[in-house]
Ligand binder design. Structure first.
Ligand SMILES: [Zn+2]
Length: 384
């Protein structure tokens, strides 16, 4: 028995990265259909998932589970039939056709981003539950379960009779804010099925882009969603109604290993957890190739000259738009000189020394959704 691979072609070195396991068929050939979203929503087996501010909706009560081991999380899913009217009534919502399982006639998944619905001025005088994005905080989670109604994630209910008049006038998409818990990928992915983690990763990647880019970068005209939510179109005729695609920011992440088999573990100034150690990482500069970025980052952060650089695998990290490309690099020098700006500490450790530091609590490992953790496990030869 060999290693089995995700359909999204991971490498043998890192075959099971948590944000890169999606097995949905994008059905890219359908994206040009003008009524793709409406047609998909009308089909009985279509499911809708919701995003907001870089967070994904899970059934109420699940948001508080993300910090526990061995719990399963799932996406809140809504039947498509309710959503077509909601989208017409809430033009600020962005619908994205994620794809299908089992071919054209089987299960389709549409993601709907309600960030701008939720951010609408509170014309109903209701607490909008705005909770400050948890994007910056590692493992951060935003539960917004205000409502005292006991109903679970069901959109097919009319508002409970005890609800105030203000609540009763809210649209279903506005109610979604309170009816679900909202979690980020760092909290969701380690507890989710590969399939749902993949859906969440794609939905969050696209929705963050739609919310950050609302005007054409060339002419400044407003944009509208296009190609089933996978693109935008500039609305300016004189700019040729230019088609715009999501921005992806390439980043390299490198485990640096010396000839004795030790790995270099680094602590960043920006990390709140003083025991967190990870590997070298940074953005690719304009006009730079990946291998150069790997060597440059190692020199800048820890003063190490690298020899051979080997590709391990990649993982999307949509906070806001990174694509993490992982490498293992052989150090030609071992004297560490941290830059004291980004990297404040770096230590060579053997696998035994690393495990001892982890067990004693002197070091902690990157989170379970991160590619860095899998790179360290690949070096150790076992799971953490
Ligand atoms: Zn334009």
């Amino acid at each position: 028995m060999g290693i089995s691979f995700s359909p999204l072609a991971l490498t043998q070195a890192l075959p099971f990265l948590p944000l890169a396991q999606g097995d949905i068929d994008y059905q890219t050939e359908r994206r040009g259909e003008p009524d793709l979203i409406d047609a998909t929503l009308a089909e009985p087996a279509t499911k809708v998932i919701l995003t907001r501010n870089g967070l994904i909706a899970v059934p109420r009560g699940q948001g508080e589970l993300v910090d526990y081991e061995n719990v399963k999380l799932r996406l809140a899913t809504l039947p498509g039939a309710y959503m077509a009217d909601e989208l017409k009534a809430n033009p600020e919502a962005v619908a994205m056709f994620l794809g299908s399982y089992g071919g054209r006639r089987d299960e389709h998944v549409v993601a709907v981003d309600i960030t701008r619905v939720a951010a609408r001025p509170a014309q109903f005088g209701v607490d909008d539950g705005t909770n400050g994005s948890s994007r910056g905080s590692a493992g951060g989670v935003a539960g917004v379960s205000h409502s005292s109604q006991g109903a679970d994630a069901a959109f097919d209910e009319t508002p409970a009779s005890g609800a105030s008049g203000a609540t009763a006038r809210k649209s279903l998409l506005e109610q979604a804010l309170d009816r679900f818990d909202w979690v980020d990928l760092r909290g969701f992915a380690p507890h989710a099925s590969a399939r749902e983690a993949g859906q969440a990763t794609t939905a969050i990647s696209l929705s963050i882009w739609h919310n950050r880019q609302r005007h054409c970068p060339t002419c400044g005209a407003p944009v509208e969603a296009a190609n089933g939510g996978w693109a935008q179109r500039c609305t300016n005729e004189s700019d040729g109604r230019r088609l715009l695609f999501p921005r992806v920011e390439p980043a390299v992440i490198t485990i640096i290993v010396d000839s004795a088999g030790r790995a270099l573990m680094q602590h960043n100034a920006a990390w709140k957890n003083p025991t967190l150690y990870s590997v070298s990482a940074g953005f690719v500069e304009a006009g730079e190739n990946l291998e150069h970025a790997v060597r440059r980052e190692a020199m800048e952060e820890v003063g190490i000259t690298l020899g051979e650089v080997k590709y391990l695998g990649s993982q999307p990290w949509p906070y806001p738009a990174s694509l993490m490309m992982a490498f293992k690099a052989h150090a030609l020098t071992t004297d560490v000189h941290v830059d004291n700006v980004e990297t404040v500490e770096a230590r060579w450790v053997t696998p035994d020394e690393y495990m001892a530091a982890i067990i004693s609590g002197r070091m902690s490992a990157p989170g379970k959704a991160t590619i860095a953790r899998y790179m360290i496990e690949e070096w150790l030869g076992h799971e953490l």
